[in-house]
Design a binder for this molecule. Sequence first.
Ligand code: NCD
Length: 319
Amino acid sequence: MPKHLLSIDDLEKKDVENIIELSFSMLEILSRDIKKVPTLRGKSVGLIFFEPSTRTRVSFETAAKTLSSDTINLSEKGSSVEKGESLLDTIKTITALGVDFLVIRHRAEGFPHILAKLSGISTINAGDGKNEHPTQALLDLFTMMTRKRLRKVDDLKGATISIVGDILHSRVARSGIKLFSKIGMNVILVSSYTTLPKGIEKLGNGNIKIKTFFDDEFLKSDFVMALRLQKERHGNFYFPSDKEYNEIWGLDENIMVTLKEKNKDVVIMHPGPMNIGVEINSEVAYSEHSAIFEQVRNGVATRMAILYYLFSHQTQKTG
Ligand code: NCD
């Protein structure tokens, strides 16, 4: 059991199974009338978001509060960082607050690792640049299971997920490739050459296929996850226009009809925020095949599970 969750590499398969099992229990708590358990009473979680976020921050905050933990919010806007405070001083300040967990989103890849090392506090990576977003991958895995009514991670062995879009700039893709291949899923990446990082298949366990257009193998996927074009990270020219992107790689009504023909139970996913009309069209995003809002709901349960799991590490070490 790890002290931090900085990367999917921190997790053994057993850890993944435990976190998923706990997510089911947390989902049950969230379905109760009174959504509160005393598990983390007297503890506090520092939520440090130095990049824009809605669902991830709110989801962690809800998760912490449901477990009765206090939360401290820090964002770049309005903090001393804007006044020129160095990151090391910010880390010292955060450490001095005396929180028990840190949840950090930062544009610098590897920053959560530095924070974990220097603070010694149990740290969760909520997205570092285009590197990793491990809690998103775990909630995506959990959503595939709730959607298909599966109870064991092994039940997903041999199932195929296609990740479509801007792989180059996507931390969701990197963590997803690692996690899904770790548990024996087949992963297909569909992306334009311009947003396909060289050697990306090496992240997986040999179950990764790369395609630059939709083909027959893609059409038979069990799960299709669309990614947002990460324009804030596009220093260069990647696509002529959103319209052209949508015509070639967008999940639109036509591709949905063919997907359903090949696999009537195909599930559509997206980590959000969506750019409707670019990587996905509304007819697909809001269709009965879409698990996109289930992903948001499950995000709270999975993050409760992760906090609880790391907390068990702390109590194991001290007591
Ligand atoms: C993703 C992120 O921030 O990496 N969103 C999320 O966490 N729900 C994906 C994105 O921004 O496109």
